[in-house]
Design a protein around this ligand. Structure first.
Ligand code: SAH
Length: 224
């Protein structure tokens, strides 16, 4: 018999697939990679939210995680993950660890995830949570993600989960030729666009607008 969690995950995945189909004209994506859906099925989202939110852990909504921050909506997590075309040998940088949920989804799919979080307490909690859940291929560091994580660059893909007003140059620099960066960009929470930025093998940059989105702002000084 299916557990309550399995039933809630089935409903969530149905909802995500529905929303992906409904937004296909914006995103150019009418169905998610089955590997991405499998990762969404496996990662226990309830382990990334507090006790008071357990009954909403599998809702297709963002939820508060403290410090004024949120765990992103599952549909957006799935879409961003799909957009970078995660290969199992890829090394990926995430900016904005938050709860660690997006990092866990990536960790299910790629070889290594490096994730940066500016709020110390969130970085510590996410690191402990990911360790407890057995994700050995995620490294979390507290720091300003605008500067990227140069020691492990270049990255096959970069996923940014907080919105700057412009694309931080360090992130473009740390992207491998042939790689993809997915990032919400915009001045105000309701004026943001999710962008897919690709770097071709000759280092040329191309930007594609994917979807209007509402992320928390990327904080911290541009100079570090
Ligand atoms: N990916 C997260 C969603 C986090 S919301 C998850 O799956 O739960 C965005 C996160 O970005 C917040 O935790 C916020 O503290 C963090 N953040 C904001 N500005 C940042 C910066 N300059 N560098 C790193 N993290 C930042």
């Amino acid at each position: 018999m299916k557990s309550d969690r399995d039933r809630r995950v089935d409903m969530l995945l149905d909802d995500i697939c529905y929303e992906v189909r409904e937004t296909r004209e914006f995103t150019g994506c009418s169905a998610l990679d089955p590997r991405v859906l499998d990762a969404m099925r496996r990662v226990p989202r309830h382990a990334f939210v507090g006790d008071q939110l357990q009954d909403r852990a599998y809702d297709n909504h963002p939820l508060p995680i403290g410090y004024g921050q949120t765990i992103s909506q599952p549909y957006i997590v799935a879409l961003m993950t799909d957009l970078i075309r995660p290969r199992d040998d890829a090394v990926v940088l995430e900016v904005g660890t938050g709860s660690g949920y997006q990092a866990a989804i990536l960790a299910e799919l790629v070889r290594q995830v490096y994730s940066l979080e500016i709020v110390d307490e969130l970085a510590v909690a996410a690191r402990e949570r990911l360790q407890r859940l057995g994700y050995e291929n995620v490294a979390v560091r507290s720091g300003n993600g605008r500067l990227g994580w140069p020691e492990h660059a270049p990255y096959d893909a970069i996923v940014v989960t907080a919105a700057p007003t412009g694309i931080p140059p360090a992130l473009i620099e740390q992207l491998k030729p042939g790689g993809a960066l997915v990032i919400p960009v915009g001045e105000r929470i309701f004026g943001q666009q999710l962008l897919l930025v690709s770097k071709d093998l000759r280092g040329r940059i191309e930007e594609t607008r994917i979807l209007p989105v509402a992320f928390v702002p990327l904080i911290g000084e541009a100079e570090g």
